[in-house]
Structures are given as structure tokens and as C-alpha cells.
Design a protein around this ligand. Structure first.
Ligand SMILES: CC/C=C\C/C=C\C/C=C\C/C=C\CC/C=C/C(=O)SCCNC(=O)CCNC(=O)[C@H](O)C(C)(C)COP(=O)(O)OP(=O)(O)OC[C@H]1O[C@@H](n2cnc3c(N)ncnc32)[C@H](O)[C@@H]1OP(=O)(O)O
Ligand SMILES: Cc1cc2nc3c(=O)[nH]c(=O)nc-3n(C[C@H](O)[C@H](O)[C@H](O)COP(=O)(O)OP(=O)(O)OC[C@H]3O[C@@H](n4cnc5c(N)ncnc54)[C@H](O)[C@@H]3O)c2cc1C
Length: 625
């Protein structure tokens, strides 16, 4: 009798399973895992706060590197329900979703549209004679494409469609749609549903497609917490048309936490391996050195560790900010919705792009063995690059942040600013003076000035182009590279200052030795990004060549100081071997034995001579083919 652990982590490695077997195996594992999680949620009164903890349990325990066919049920189907269904609808559906007696997906993206959601083509036309909506996919490009779990798993999904009533289009709205029979799991009439095929990664997520041929759903299947359709077809507007986008904000907040989890796995593997791997001599005649002793290796890995800690603290800040503003939204106060959206956009973009960048660095820092699937680094790299796209392409999200920043800058003199942008007032105030200094505070101030000057420059450029006769839209597109850069600079200023401020608070309750190491991580992160963004700082601040020389020495000194604690820092993530799933990162450091153990699991090693020798090679080598 297998233990739960053996059931979850034993058997043929996923990499040797077919696409179909991989899905079936991941569904088997998901059922075991989510039965356990279901017990947890039955003990809690699940609200958004508890829900995120439950969700982080789901994500953290999504044991397969390839995600889970239940992922979207937890990541989007339920959060969207909690934020967009009215009380009667929550009463009718939410408990069934929470105990997984129904499995849902989230169908927004179409073959033809992912970013521009106002351009989605799926229609939901209200028929007052039957009090139903008619869901229809008018074109191939209107087919929903990507929804996780939709291929073969989900029997319900939330569909985002253009709402028509009384001949008028009211824009995109959310609808709950049953897609498969709850007993037979057969697709319901008028529904064409399937799986989209093999992807770069996340091949257990079971992303699917769905098309509707005049499928009728009751009026009460429109999620009506915000906007409504009355029985006679009268449309009742939402207090704010952007509230329908609320779930995307929540998921972007979750993704920031998740980008930290992925990066933590990658740096745990790369750091431990770099402590085990010995390669080359630093001095002739000496034993080969741990590759972690090479400063170039420290440059790749220790900065990633600092980045992980920085983003973890920023994820917490974002979650706290989300909760504060979400409470205000529930009370009808929309004042900070734009700020929350802008913050979620830039932090999702920067956390995922940093995670993708540093994870790729961890992969190459482990040489050939880092290219083995059994190291888990290729799959983690595929995961992090996907996060730069899903829940909003990073470029598009940084443009959203830039849009908010320009709007803020236009109003800079009309009154107080909201917390995440009030630095703009400080560094642009008359009489404000600043001379670059090589300190954390000096670096933070420098990034804030860069951000302010980029935003100001973008607005001036836009104004000049429009004055010269260019349309607003063309002017925006022409300077969009600078707009993205302004969004990134704003975010980097927030990340560094949040890391410094929150870590400083945390250090007050730490031992002196731990506080010293944490302080070194904050400095490493700040100095690293200063050196990475030297061009901006030289353009907009008084930093000098002499300052840069001292910064480089400071950076190298920090690498030297942090090196002895590198393994301890990643051990602190406490990722168990079963979740790490890495021949290079296992706690016991038996790298070479594990590489060989995994290799011998290859089906190609089951017999000494593969059948292709007799069928192909031998005749070929004997000139018979
Ligand atoms: C697959 C992985 C599964 C398991 C792996 C395990 C773990 C992984 C963890 C998490 C995985 C998470 C998700 C995975 C599944 C993925 C799901 C999806 O991808 S769902 C689809 C996501 N799609 C998008 O994000 C689309 C992006 N596009 C948009 O958001 C909008 O089109 C865009 C904002 C770009 C433009 O909208 P538009 O209405 O055209 O706005 P416009 O620019 O004209 O005006 C902007 C105006 O609106 C305000 N606004 C826009 N968006 C929001 C918002 N979300 N909230 C609040 N306000 C918003 C904006 O501020 C501005 O206001 P002003 O007019 O300036 O006042
Ligand atoms: C692993 C994975 C899981 C997913 N899961 C789901 C899911 O469960 N449900 C769901 O609904 N969707 C899902 N998606 C779809 C995802 O939300 C979209 O892929 C994403 O929103 C990007 O849209 P797109 O793919 O159409 O890319 P596009 O929008 O076509 O982007 C392509 C390029 O065009 C650029 N671009 C687009 N618009 C602009 C603009 N206005 N200004 C400047 N540049 C622009 C982008 O920057 C990008 O470089 C998933 C995607 C992935 C990869």
C-alpha cells in the first residue's frame, strides 16, 4: 500500500510520460492533493484573506512543475465569483466551488484577443421573452483560447462576453456557464470544447478552447454584483465599469507572491549546487574550488537571492495595499482604484520579469546539469517566462502604470497625492535639492528622481507632439518605449524603498548577526540595480564617475560578505525536496548520485539494445537502406 507521499511523488517521472499520460497523472495527483486542501478550507470561513492563504497553499503545493488542472479553479474561478457574483449567486454556486463538487475555469482570452479585452468577440445577447442570454462565438477568432483546466477538467467556466440587450452593446461582462454534464462530463449542446495542445511548459494546466453555438443560459447566470440586466432587458450600470477587471488585480497580486516562490526554488537549486560543484583551480596546485567562490558566480546568484527577499517584502506591501483599497471599494470609495491598478500592474510586470531573468541566470549558472529536466531549472524557467504573459502582458501592464503616472503628474499641483506616488511631489518641490551620495537613502532618492524626470519628460514629449499636430494616440505610441521605462523606474523606486523600509523594521527584532546579513541583502539589491541603471542615473542625477568606482567596490565587498551565508539564506526558504524536485538542489547534496539515479529511470535504459538498432541502424550501417 503506497503512502500519500509515494502516491504523490512516486511513479514514472513526468518527463517520460506522453502528453495525455501527463495530464491523467496530474489529475490523479491533483485529486489527492485537493482532497487534503478541501479539509483545510472546510475548517476555515473562506474569505479573500483566508482565501489567499489557501491559494498560496494550492500554488505552493502545485507539486508538478507543470502546474495543475485545478489551478484556475482556485486562481481565478473562485476569486472572480467572490468579487463579481451577487449574494444570491454566491449562495447558489460558491459552496459547490469551494468543496470542488464543481470545477471551474476562467474564459476571457480568445484566439484573436488577449490584451485588448474591449475587443473580445464572444457575445451574450439577452432574450427577454425567455429571460435568457444567448452565448455565441461568431468567428473562429472569437473562440476562447487558453483557459486553464478547460480542456478536459472543468465542467463550468466564467465567460467574458460582450453583453447585448435591446439592440445595444454594453461592453464586456462575466457569465457563469456550465460546459459539461455534471454526471457524464460530456460537452453540453452547442459547445465545442477541447485542449489547445503542448506548450513550452505548464503542460498539466490543461489549457483549453471553447466555442458557443447559440448556447442559452438563464439571465441569473450573469454575475450581477456590479452591473445588472433586469428581467425586461433593462441594463443597470456598475458604479465603475472597471470593477469587472477587479479579479485581474487580485490575481496580479497573487502572481507577485508566486514569482517569489518560483525564484526561491531556482536559487535554492543554483546555490546548493554551486556549493557542491567544484570546478577549476583558482591557484595552480590548489584543490578545485566550489564554483560559488567565483565572484562571477556570486554576481549571478547572490543578486537573485537579494531580489527574492526584496520581492517577497513588496508582495506583502502590495497585498496590504490591496486589502486597504479593496475595503474602500466595497464601501463605494473608488478614489484609489486607479492607484491600485497601476501598482498591481507594475509590480506584476517587474516581479515576473525579474523572476524570469534571475531564473534563467540560475539555469546557466549550473552549466550542463542545469540543462537537465531533472534539475527542475528548465521547467522553472518555462514557468517564469509564462508569468510575463498571463494575467496581462508585462509591456501592456507597464503602459497602464505609465498612464496612471502621467495622469498623476498632470494633477501634481492640485492637491495631496496617494501614498505610492507622493514621492513625486517631494522630489519636484520648489527648493528641493539633491546631491548623489553612495548610500541606501541616496540610491532611493536617485531612483525617485529618475522616475519623476522620466514621467515629466514623457508628458512634455506628448504635449509637444500633440501641439505639432500629432494625434494623442500616435504621440502615445511614438514615445511608448519611454513610457514603459518610466513605469519600470517608478516600480524600481518603490521596490527598493519598500525593501529598505520594511527590512529595517524587521531587523529591529532580529539578532545582530541576522540583521547584519539582511542589511547586506538590502544594500546588494540597491547597489546592483544602481549599476544596472547607471545610464538613467547619469542622465538625471549628479552621480559621478568617482561615485561609480566606489559603487563597484561596494558591490564586490557585499558579494564577499554574503558568500558565507548563501546556503543558509536559501535553506531558510525551507523548500522540501519533494517540492523542489531537483537532482541538483536536494538537501543532502548527493548531486551526482541523483543525476545517475534519474538517468536510469529513462525508458531508454530499460534494455541494453533498443529496437531501432535492428530496425534502422544495422541495415543502414550495412548499406542495406
Ligand atoms: C497558468 C498557470 C496556472 C497555474 C500555475 C500555478 C501558479 C501560477 C499562479 C498564478 C497564475 C495566474 C494566472 C494564470 C492564469 C491566467 C489567466 C489569465 O491570463 S486571465 C486573462 C488576463 N488578461 C489580461 O490581463 C488582459 C490585459 N488587458 C487589460 O487588462 C485591459 O485590456 C487593459 C488594461 C490593457 C486596457 O483596458 P481598457 O479598458 O482598454 O483600458 P484603457 O487603457 O482604455 O483605459 C484604462 C482605464 O481603465 C482603468 N483600468 C484598466 N484595467 C483596470 C483594472 N484591472 N482595474 C482597475 N482599473 C483598470 C485604467 O486605470 C484606466 O483608467 P483611467 O481612464 O486612466 O482613469
Ligand atoms: C500559461 C498561460 C496561461 C493562461 N491562462 C489563461 C486563462 O486561464 N484564461 C484566460 O482568459 N487567458 C489565459 N491566458 C492568456 C493570457 O491572458 C494572454 O496570453 C495575455 O493576456 C496576452 O494576450 P495575447 O496572448 O493575446 O498577446 P497579445 O496581446 O497579442 O501581445 C502580443 C504582443 O503585442 C504587444 N501588445 C499588445 N497590445 C499592445 C498595446 N496596446 N501596446 C503595446 N504593445 C501591445 C504585447 O506587448 C506583446 O509583445 C494564459 C496565457 C498563458 C501563457
Amino acid at each position: 500500500m503506497l503512502t500519500k507521499r509515494e502516491e504523490l511523488f512516486g511513479g514514472t517521472p513526468d518527463e517520460y510520460l506522453s502528453h495525455k499520460e501527463k495530464y491523467e497523472n496530474s489529475t490523479r495527483k491533483a485529486v489527492i492533493l485537493f482532497s487534503l486542501l478541501r479539509k483545510i478550507q472546510e475548517e476555515n470561513n473562506t474569505d479573500l484573506t483566508n482565501y489567499r492563504n489557501l491559494l498560496s497553499g494550492v500554488l505552493g503545493a502545485s507539486i508538478s512543475q507543470d502546474g495543475s488542472p485545478f489551478g484556475l479553479h482556485y486562481i481565478m474561478f473562485m476569486p472572480v465569483f467572490m468579487s463579481q457574483a451577487d449574494e444570491e449567486q454566491q449562495e447558489r454556486w460558491l459552496h459547490r466551488a469551494l468543496n470542488c463538487s464543481i470545477i471551474g475555469s476562467y474564459a476571457q482570452t480568445e484566439l484573436g484577443h488577449g490584451t485588448f479585452i474591449r475587443g473580445l468577440e464572444t457575445t451574450a445577447t439577452y432574450d427577454p421573452s425567455t429571460q435568457e442570454f444567448v452565448l455565441h462565438s461568431p468567428t473562429l477568432t472569437s473562440y476562447k483560447w487558453w483557459p486553464g483546466g478547460l480542456g478536459n477538467t472543468a465542467n463550468y467556466c466564467i465567460v467574458i462576453a460582450q453583453l447585448y440587450s435591446k439592440g445595444e452593446c454594453h461592453g464586456i461582462h462575466s457569465f457563469i456557464v456550465q460546459v459539461r454534464d455534471e454526471d457524464t462530463h460530456m460537452p453540453l449542446p452547442g459547445i465545442k470544447v477541447g485542449e489547445i495542445g503542448v506548450k513550452m511548459g505548464l503542460n498539466a494546466v490543461n489549457n483549453g478552447f471553447i466555442g458557443f453555438e447559440n448556447v442559452r443560459i438563464p439571465r441569473t447566470n450573469m454575475l450581477m454584483k456590479h452591473a445588472k440586466i433586469l428581467e425586461d432587458g433593462t441594463y443597470v450600470k456598475s458604479k465603475n465599469s472597471k470593477l469587472i477587471y477587479g479579479a485581474m488585480v487580485f490575481v496580479r497580486v497573487v502572481i507577485v507572491f508566486d514569482s517569489v516562490n518560483y525564484l526561491a526554488k531556482a536559487i535554492t537549486v543554483a546555490t546548493r549546487y554551486s556549493a557542491v560543484r567544484r570546478q577549476s583551480q583558482l591557484k595552480e596546485g590548489e584543490p578545485e574550488r566550489q564554483i560559488l567562490d567565483y565572484v562571477t558566480q556570486q554576481d549571478k546568484i547572490l543578486t537573485a537571492i537579494a531580489g527574492c527577499f526584496a520581492m517577497k517584502m513588496n508582495a506583502r506591501m502590495l497585498w496590504d495595499t490591496f486589502n486597504v483599497i479593496n475595503d474602500q471599494l466595497h464601501k463605494g470609495n473608488m478614489e484609489r482604484l486607479g492607484e491600485l491598478h497601476a501598482l498591481a500592474c507594475c509590480l506584476k510586470a517587474i516581479s515576473t520579469s525579474d523572476s524570469s531573468l534571475f531564473t534563467a541566470r540560475c539555469r546557466v549558472s549550473c552549466g550542463g546539469h542545469g540543462y537537465m529536466v531533472s534539475s527542475t531549472l528548465p521547467a522553472t524557467s518555462a514557468l517564469t517566462t509564462a508569468s510575463c504573459t498571463y494575467e496581462g502582458d508585462n509591456t501592456v501592464l507597464l503602459l497602464q502604470t505609465a498612464r496612471f503616472l502621467l495622469k498623476t503628474w498632470r494633477q501634481i499641483d492640485t492637491g495631496p497625492l496617494t501614498p505610492t506616488v507622493e514621492y513625486l511631489k517631494t522630489v519636484s518641490a520648489p527648493g528641493f535639492s539633491y546631491k548623489w551620495e553612495n548610500s541606501i537613502e541616496g540610491i532611493i532618492r536617485g531612483f525617485q528622481i529618475v522616475s519623476m524626470k522620466k514621467i515629466s519628460s514623457c508628458l512634455n514629449l506628448m504635449t509637444a507632439k500633440v501641439m505639432s499636430g500629432m494625434s494623442q494616440a500616435d504621440a502615445w505610441n511614438t514615445i511608448s518605449i519611454q513610457l514603459v521605462s518610466a513605469g519600470e523606474s517608478h516600480c524600481r523606486a518603490i521596490v527598493i524603498s519598500t525593501f529598505h523600509e520594511d527590512m529595517s523594521k524587521a531587523m529591529r527584532s532580529m539578532s545582530a548577526s541576522l540583521a547584519e546579513v539582511m542589511g547586506q541583502l538590502v544594500e546588494l539589491y540597491a547597489v546592483y540595480w544602481t549599476l544596472e541603471r547607471l545610464g538613467d542615473l547619469l542622465e538625471y542625477t549628479s552621480i559621478s564617475g568617482a561615485d561609480v568606482v566606489k559603487l563597484r567596490s561596494w558591490y564586490e565587498e557585499l558579494l564577499r560578505k554574503i558568500r558565507p551565508n548563501a546556503v543558509g539564506l536559501v535553506d531558510a526558504f525551507d523548500i522540501i525536496d519533494e517540492l523542489l524536485q531537483s537532482t541538483l538542489g536536494a538537501y543532502d547534496g548527493r548531486v551526482y548520485e541523483r543525476l545517475m539515479e534519474e538517468a536510469l529511470k529513462s525508458p531508454l535504459n530499460a534494455e541494453p539494445v533498443n529496437q531501432s538498432f535492428h530496425k534502422y541502424l544495422k541495415p543502414f550501417m550495412q548499406g542495406k537502406l
